[in-house]
Design a protein around this ligand. Structure first.
Ligand code: AMP
Ligand code: MG
Length: 340
């Protein structure tokens, strides 16, 4: 199929938003910008477009999708129960890079939730996807718009690279503001539980949810066949083809370590770049985790072009947005961590 390119930056914004909404209402699938990563959107209330999303991405059937909404009325249709904690989180973190998992109604397609009795919901802050939801009048299921397992797309060219010819259209907007997927919190059990870290940080969550628990799969490899709270966490993700290692070290030890390696790439911080004598790529500033998050997936996508034997990635701190970056990187490195 031909994938239409709907340019909302250089082209007519409203015309292209309306065109995207029309395709989605008619059961098509369209990649759209969000403030986290580009999403592959489909009507959450129809089966067939959801089946097509799984097919286009090559996504495992048991990995449920996040439903994107534009207002609280939509949440009431989708969620069977909205506990006080959910209302508080919505007030504080919506619209924004925050997803809550709640008990669900039958309003969205079973396939969106992969057979679970819960649903993940997010109200994004990116204007264009909200305008598309409003124009179509339906909630949109939207996983990241990449081939399953590849680094998530943070620019429309990443989307075209992965999905051109497999989806109906791409809304070509700006690069994503945060660059990592949303924070996911389960709010239906006894205690709130962080299932995936993102740009809404654990420190911010603790202010609203003092009893929040952190799922151990965030920083550890799940055992084979272990049942995980968030199905997405058991899959290898974001991995370049080059063998990747995550290195926990201070700046001098990291530089000493990589400088002795042959045929390798160092993915490092701006602050330490001068210490490194092997081929290097900077993925942001150690002291500004937002820059690391924003550049992370572009950097991971570019590694394989260099045809190196290995890439050594300097691990960020696990505080603030650093936790989200670390969580993506241990998966990109298939849990190979070197501690110096
Ligand atoms: P993506 O669509 O690629 O951003 O991934 C969505 C993430 O949300 C995956 O890790 C899913 O496993 C998780 N998720 C979606 N729905 C649920 C749910 N009902 N319960 C737990 N995790 C969910
Ligand atoms: Mg994804």
């Amino acid at each position: 199929m031909e994938t239409k390119k709907l340019d909302i930056v250089g082209g007519d914004y409203q015309k292209n938003i309306d065109a995207a909404a029309k395709i989605l209402k008619n059961g098509g699938i369209v990649a759209v910008p969000t403030e986290t990563v580009y999403g592959l959107a489909a009507s959450a209330v129809l089966d067939e477009p959801i089946i097509n999303v799984f097919k286009a991405k090559g996504r495992p059937q048991d990995n449920p999708l996040i439903v994107h909404i534009s207002d609280m009325d939509m949440l009431e249709k989708i969620a069977a129960e909205i506990p006080k904690s959910a209302k508080k989180c919505a007030e504080k973190f919506w619209p924004g890079p925050f997803t809550m998992v709640l008990k669900r109604t039958d309003y969205v397609s079973n396939r969106v939730c992969a057979g679970l009795d819960t649903v993940a919901v997010r109200c994004p802050s990116e204007k264009s996807i909200r305008d598309i939801i409003k124009a179509s009048g339906i909630p949109l299921a939207a996983p990241s718009a990449n081939i399953s397992g590849a680094p998530s797309p943070t620019t429309y060219s990443h989307v075209i690279n992965d999905l051109d010819g497999k989806i109906d259209a791409v809304v070509c907007g700006e690069d994503c503001l945060y660059g990592v997927e949303s924070t996911v919190v389960a709010l239906f059990g006894e205690h709130p539980r962080l299932l995936r870290p993102g740009a809404v940080t654990l420190e911010e969550l603790r202010e609203v949810l003092p009893d929040i628990e952190v799922d151990k799969a965030i920083l550890e490899e799940p055992e084979k066949d272990e049942k995980v709270a968030s199905p997405g966490m058991k899959y290898k993700h974001y991995a370049p083809k080059t063998e990747a290692f995550l290195v926990e070290a201070d700046e001098v030890s990291f530089a000493d370590f990589v400088n002795k390696k042959e045929d390798c790439l160092a993915l490092c911080f701006a602050e330490e770049s001068e210490l490194i004598t092997v081929e290097k790529k900077i993925y942001g500033k150690k002291t500004d985790e937002f820059t690391l998050a924003k550049n992370l997936f572009s950097a991971l996508r570019s590694i394989d072009n260099l045809n190196k034997k290995a890439v050594y990635i300097h691990a960020p701190s696990k505080s603030g947005v650093g936790l989200a970056v670390y969580n993506r990187l241990i998966r990109a490195c298939a849990f190979r961590v070197i501690k110096l």
